[in-house]
Design a protein around this ligand. Structure first.
Ligand code: MN
Length: 319
């Protein structure tokens, strides 16, 4: 990594007036934590900023400072006044769903991410696929430019790491990840609070919905995949929102029998979302997701395709 990039990013932030922070749609813990740590940083530098995400964070993540001020309507963002976009944890700008507005207004864009599938968009790009979380890259940035990390930032950075490593379980977790986490605790992050809000936060309704999904598990011998499906009708019947399925694929990945686990569910907008996980060292699910136009990480990836789920002769198909 050329260290020049860190000071280039800081210089650009310092010379900008109205900054828009964004991340990918259907944000996970790392996405929300990344925009929150960035908001805390920009606030500290006295910058005017907006935060946009196409979807509301799941309620559990609202404990993060600034999460409540995330705008979900593009109309609320005055794109014509924005002079810098910072895209975080976003493998392609299209996943922000405001790519057209950003491109039309020709706004300078900084891309900070750790997805192996990141397409290196933007005017300045800081992408490190070896980082366990985008917040870990932001940590690295703060260290390099010598900005001190306060308690709020530390809690956000820890949240990104904990959620994106499945509580320090994925192959992306190395000794450096623990070093960063440990330093965040010293700076005041609260690991129990983070765990309580991010994983020990399921209510009876959510767990029953997961139970329904688990009761439907099927094994595909040909591809060595275990999968489950949830239609819109199922989700409505169970009274569950798509954000509340966050975590199901990770939980499901406790399975040791198959190479890959897959959760397929209808998003309700004519698209089907697939979440892929593996805990096998020699399997890269981001490549499989790529076949369907998606992406992600080697051990956790996803895709969205147009269509709906239909059961035809005992087999689920996307039609
Ligand atoms: Mn991430």
């Amino acid at each position: 990594m050329d260290k020049k990039i860190y000071s280039q990013i800081l210089d650009k932030i310092k010379s900008s007036r109205n900054i828009l922070i964004t991340t990918h749609e259907n944000p996970d813990g790392d996405a929300v934590a990344s925009v929150c740590v960035a908001a805390e940083l920009l606030g500290g530098l006295g910058k005017k900023y907006y935060i946009f995400c196409n979807d509301k964070p799941e309620p559990g993540l609202l404990f993060l400072p600034h999460a409540e001020s995330i705008a979900t309507k593009a109309d609320d963002i005055p794109f014509e006044t924005i002079d810098l976009v910072i895209a975080l944890d976003c493998s392609k700008l299209e996943r922000s769903r405001i790519d057209e507005q950003i491109r039309r207004a020709e706004i300078f864009t900084i891309n900070i991410d750790h997805h192996i599938s990141n397409c290196q968009f933007g005017n300045l790009s800081l992408v490190d696929p070896d980082a366990a979380a985008t917040t870990q890259i932001i940590y690295e940035f703060l260290k390099q430019v010598k900005i001190s990390i306060n308690r709020v930032m530390a809690n956000c950075i820890l949240t990104g790491i904990i959620t994106d490593t499945g509580n320090f379980a994925y192959a992306s977790t190395d000794s450096h990840t623990f070093d960063v986490a440990s330093e965040m605790l010293i700076k005041g992050a609260n690991v129990r609070e983070v765990l309580n809000y991010t994983s020990k936060n399921k209510n009876l309704r959510i767990l029953k919905a997961w139970g329904f999904a688990l009761s439907r598990l099927q094994y595909n011998k040909k591809y060595d995949i275990v999968f489950t499906v949830l239609t819109q009708e199922n989700l409505q019947g169970l009274g569950i929102a798509k954000q509340e399925l966050e975590g199901l694929a990770n939980f499901f990945n406790n399975l040791k029998d198959a190479k890959i686990v897959l959760v397929l569910y209808e998003l309700g907008d004519g698209c089907v979302k697939g979440s892929l996980r593996t805990n096998k060292d020699n399997v890269d699910v981001s490549r499989l997701a790529g076949i369907f136009g998606g992406g992600g990480h080697k051990k956790a990836a996803g895709f969205e395709i147009e269509g709906k789920l239909e059961k035809i002769n005992d087999n689920w198909q996307i039609v």
